[in-house]
Every structure is written in structure tokens, then in C-alpha cells.
Design a protein around this ligand. Structure first.
Ligand code: FES
Length: 308
């Protein structure tokens, strides 16, 4: 019996039941890298499975051990160890030239080795500090930066404690994601709890420090949504950082900016709301307009109103 493998952007090839993907690929004339000769030692034969992962043989001991060592994502497989068992599949080679080889293999950085882009369901969290411009205008540069640092340390500690990762700090806010290593329901609940904790902690920080010493009250707006996004690392060396993108990211950003018009400091999508553990039906529901979507978008107000 034989099946078809689509090597994306290259060629559709035949594979026999007894062949590994590497053997079939080489037989079809593809210059498939295999530095260790197919012994599950080098990882240069790695492919990303785009469709039909369930039709592949399970990773054997050798592949599992290299996978653990190099921290491959779930959809990366060693072509030299993998066979096609039951139907056609779509895959993509990772190492296609010498630059790819430097980037993914010789750099020998386990963090970078797992950075093949993948699609993942994640919780997307945007926070923006409100009414900060008057504070900037009325205080010394030292104080402005000092307060931003205090806030960012507090935000960052809470996000990390709930398994989140901050993707980017903007001047007066940040963008974080949850769900790198946990099921999406847990990620959503963690992100929600982090949001609540940030709002609670802010009350204390305002009372005991910012209002006390700077005569100012910091407010924030938080937007939370979840969906399938593309995640991977696009930077290099010390500039290496995660990139998370896709339409759900834009939605989460829009929810954060909607906190102002809805006069509520924590706005989440209905989808997130339905995934929350122990939710009540008391949270107020609203509809907002989203760019690119004709239907009104349903949100829940989970925070408090601003007292401007
Ligand atoms: S060829 Fe080296 S791991 Fe597959």
C-alpha cells in the first residue's frame, strides 16, 4: 500500500508503507537534509506536520528522546523515524538551506529550536494604563519612569504567577498571552484570575503609594479574548522574542480599548466568559462593533466602572 505526502511548496510524492518519510523524500529527488544519516541524532530532517498527523506512526523511543532534548513542538516530527500509516499527509521541511541549518540546528539553543511557527489556541490579554498623560505632565521624568517600573513589576509578577508570558510592553501598557503549556480552558481561567488580581493589587498600590506620595490614582483597562493564533519566535539571538498574531489578537486589543466606551475596567468576550469556572450569569452583557465583523460582538463586563 502507498500514500501521498504533500511537501508544501515543493512536490507531492509517493510513500510506501515500509518507508520513512526521509527515504521517500530522498527517493523522489528532494534534497532532504539528514546529517546523521537517519539515526535520530541531528534533527536536520525535521518536518512540520500541517495536515494528517493522525495518519503518522507514533514517535519511537529515539525520536522521543531527541524531541525532549530539543523541545520540539507537538507538530514537528523526524522524517527519518516517521512512517505514514493510514492516509495522505501534508508536511513542510524546516531545514531547506545552510541558513536554516544555522538558525535551527547549529545555534544549539533549545529555546530557539522550538520556535517553528505553529497554530495554537491561546488566551490574549491586553492592558492599558488610563489617564497617565496628566501624571506625565505634572511629574518629574524620574517619577514617571519610577511609577511605570513599579506598575510593570507588579503586572509582570502576576502574569508570570499565572503561567502567562508578556509579549510586549508598550509605553503605558502591555500585551500578554496564556496557554503555552496548558489546555486552553486553564489558560483562560488563569488569564482571568490574573486580570482580577491586577485590579485588586492596583487598589492597594494606589492607596498605599501612588495616591499617598504622588496624589494620583492609576486606572487600567483590560481586554481578554481567546482564539487560534500563530505563535513563534521571529527575533534572533538576544533579540529573540515571541510573536503571536492573528485576528483574535486584534479582537482582544479592541476589547481593551472598549473598556473606556463601556465604562468598565475589565471586558472579556462571551467565548471567554463561557469557559470560566464557577461563572454566574450576573455579569452584564453588551454588544460592541468590531472592525471586520458585520455582526455585533458579544462581551461581558467583569470589572468596575471608572470614577472620573
Ligand atoms: S536524519 Fe538526523 S535526526 Fe533524522
Amino acid at each position: 500500500m502507498s500514500f501521498k505526502i504533500e511537501l508544501i511548496n515543493e512536490k507531492i510524492i509517493e510513500i510506501k508503507e515500509e518507508q520513512t518519510i526521509l527515504q521517500a523524500s530522498l527517493e523522489a529527488g528532494i534534497p532532504h537534509y539528514h546529517a546523521c544519516g537517519g539515526n535520530a541524532e541531528c534533527s536536520t530532517c525535521r518536518v512540520v506536520v500541517q495536515e494528517g498527523g493522525e495518519h503518522l506512526s507514533h514517535p519511537n523511543k529515539a525520536e522521543l528522546s531527541l524531541r525532549m532534548k530539543k523541545k520540539f513542538p507537538e507538530n514537528a516530527r523526524l522524517a527519518c523515524q516517521t512512517k505514514v500509516m493510514s492516509n495522505d499527509v501534508k508536511i513542510q521541511r524546516i531545514i531547506r538551506d545552510e541558513t536554516d541549518l544555522d538558525l535551527y540546528v547549529y545555534e544549539n539553543d533549545s529555546e530557539n529550536l522550538q520556535t517553528v511557527g505553529e497554530e495554537k489556541s491561546m488566551a490574549l490579554f491586553f492592558l492599558d494604563i488610563r489617564n497617565f498623560t496628566p501624571f506625565i505632565e505634572q511629574h518629574l521624568p524620574f517619577d514617571v519612569i519610577h511609577i511605570l517600573r513599579r506598575l510593570n513589576i507588579m503586572f509582570s509578577d502576576i502574569i508570570i504567577k499565572h503561567n502567562g508570558k508578556i509579549i510586549e510592553f508598550t509605553g503605558d501598557g502591555f500585551y500578554a498571552v496564556f496557554g503555552f503549556d496548558e489546555p486552553i480552558k486553564d489558560a483562560i481561567n488563569n488569564a482571568y484570575t490574573a486580570g482580577k488580581q491586577i485590579l485588586d493589587s492596583l487598589i492597594g498600590l494606589n492607596e498605599n503609594y501612588i495616591t499617598k506620595y504622588f496624589d494620583h490614582k492609576i486606572d487600567v483597562g483590560i481586554g481578554l479574548h481567546s482564539g487560534k493564533v500563530i505563535v513563534g519566535k521571529t527575533g534572533v539571538n538576544e533579540h529573540s522574542s515571541y510573536t503571536v498574531m492573528g485576528f483574535p489578537v486584534n479582537v482582544a486589543a479592541r476589547l481593551e480599548s472598549a473598556t473606556k466606551e463601556l465604562n468598565n475596567n475589565f471586558v472579556i468576550s462571551e467565548y471567554v466568559y463561557e469557559m470560566l469556572n464557577g461563572r454566574s450569569n450576573l455579569a452584564e452583557q453588551k454588544q460592541i462593533k468590531l472592525k471586520g465583523i458585520s455582526e455585533p460582538f458579544c462581551v461581558r463586563l467583569m470589572g468596575k466602572s471608572y470614577n472620573y
